[in-house]
Design a protein around this ligand. Structure first.
Ligand code: ADP
Length: 409
């Protein structure tokens, strides 16, 4: 049985195809720069990879290329079972995966008001996929769902209640699929029942977020109404004084759209070091660049503050869990944000920290009472697992041969 995972952005579609229940990724790839004459196509099947540049003007054309590739090269005479879509915002409505019906799709559209950059392309990807694979079951997996267990003291903002009631202004949190996946992996590793595991999960990619997990459930998280809140990120500011946007509007004459762009795309590591990629910032810091040094100091200091806050919130912590591009790979960042936390029972073993292993591993020194884990995340696999589980629960039949399209190619 094969489950296709689709992640549709404003100008891209990423895909992965998993053989289930073995959880083997057999194919993956992406169409990027959709809407351009030099769109980039990457198609992988086992160890073969092809890269092309060609005009692709719409998501529909992009998905047809993926469908043709899968039908002709990957799933020859085999059926596609289902399609799992990443959807960023499920609001207060969706705390679980959903089979996509007309009303679910309308709700995803309605929730665009809370995720204007993400839900519209997610919904477009679903619509295109429904047209191209009309008989396949389509499932939505929401990035906010894992955080639906936050208590009101954590999810409400101290602003007038009427704004929550009228507009739904509250903490929703993001990266839920990743936090949930690494929580499960860490729980398996620790060999404890999920209901008794307390973790601080630290997702450091281009976007960064942390979650306090109590008894296996998210009880607080650093992103908020939008992904702009919390940690310092590649290009997002994270937490700042909420008065700064008014100051910028009054003193610098900036419009709401300009402030939005500044805080989402020109801030974070990029704002301080002119580079959003942490590897580049590290290189520049090694060459003595003071802005790069400051950016790293700030980035790690903010992670450290959230660790302190979440230890306080949780009381007992079984493990810190580092994940995503930076969390899995940067020994420097892990060391810098954990130094000085020995009084909390957090003690890193530097030699274990320096080893590069792409598997779940423990980095704490003997004597540390809180474990320090690196757990590789895999959001695509998590979406495939949840899609497969939902369809099995609903006893859905798995049976769709892929159509082959004559164009474009
Ligand atoms: P996303 O999925 O959010 O686009 P990733 O999880 O791939 O992002 O993480 C991207 C970040 O990880 C970049 O800042 C990149 O520099 C960083 N990164 C990747 N590999 C390493 C490494 N070996 N050392 C330090 N940082 C790394």
């Amino acid at each position: 049985m094969h489950v296709l995972v689709l992640n549709s952005g404003s100008s891209s579609i990423k895909f992965s195809l998993f053989e289930m229940p073995d959880e083997r990724e057999v194919s993956s790839g992406a169409i990027e720069k959709i809407g351009n004459h030099d769109a980039k196509v990457t198609l992988k099947f086992l160890s073969d990879e092809s890269k092309l540049t060609q005009p692709i003007l719409s998501h529909s054309d992009g998905l047809k290329i993926i469908a043709n590739f899968l039908a002709k090269k990957v799933l020859t005479n085999q059926k596609l079972s289902a399609i799992g879509h990443r959807v960023v915002h499920g609001g207060e409505t969706y705390s679980d995966p959903q089979i996509i019906t007309d009303s679910v799709l309308r709700k995803i559209d309605d929730l665009s008001v809370l995720a204007p950059l993400h839900n519209p392309p997610n919904a477009e990807g679903i619509r295109v996929s429904q047209k191209i694979f009309p008989q396949a079951d389509q499932v939505a997996i929401f990035d906010t769902a894992f955080h639906s267990t936050l208590p009101s003291r954590a999810y409400r903002y101290p602003i007038p209640s009427s704004l929550y009631q009228k507009y739904g202004i509250r903490v929703y949190g993001m990266h839920g699929t990743s936090h949930q996946y690494v929580t499960q992996q860490a729980t398996n590793h620790l060999g404890k029942p999920t209901e008794s595991v307390n973790l601080i999960t630290i997702h450091l990619g281009n976007g960064c977020s942390m979650t306090a997990v109590k008894n296996g459930k998210s009880i607080d998280t650093s992103m908020g109404l939008s992904p702009l809140a919390g940690l310092m990120m590649g290009t997002r500011s994270g937490d700042i004084d909420p008065a700064i946007p008014f100051f910028l509007s009054e003193q610098a004459g900036m419009s709401p759209a300009e402030v939005d762009h500044l805080l989402n795309h020109e801030s974070g590591l990029k704002g301080i070091a002119d580079e959003n990629d942490l590897r580049e910032v590290l290189k520049q810091q090694e060459q003595g660049n003071e802005n790069a040094q400051l950016a790293l100091d700030m980035y790690c200091y903010r992670i450290k503050k959230y660790i302190g806050a979440y230890v306080a919130v949780l009381g007992r912590v079984d493990a810190l869990v580092f994940t995503a591009g930076v969390g899995e790979n940067s020994a420097f960042v892990r060391e810098k944000c954990l130094t000085g936390l020995e009084a909390l029972g957090i003690q890193l073993d530097s030699s274990k920290n320096d080893q590069q292993v792409s598997a779940v591993r423990e980095l704490q020194a003997t004597g540390g009472t809180i474990k320090i884990l690196v757990v590789p995340t895999n959001e695509e696999l998590a979406i495939a697992q949840q899609t497969f589980k939902l369809l099995r629960e609903k006893k859905k039949k798995f049976c769709v041969f892929l159509p082959v399209f004559s164009s474009p190619e």
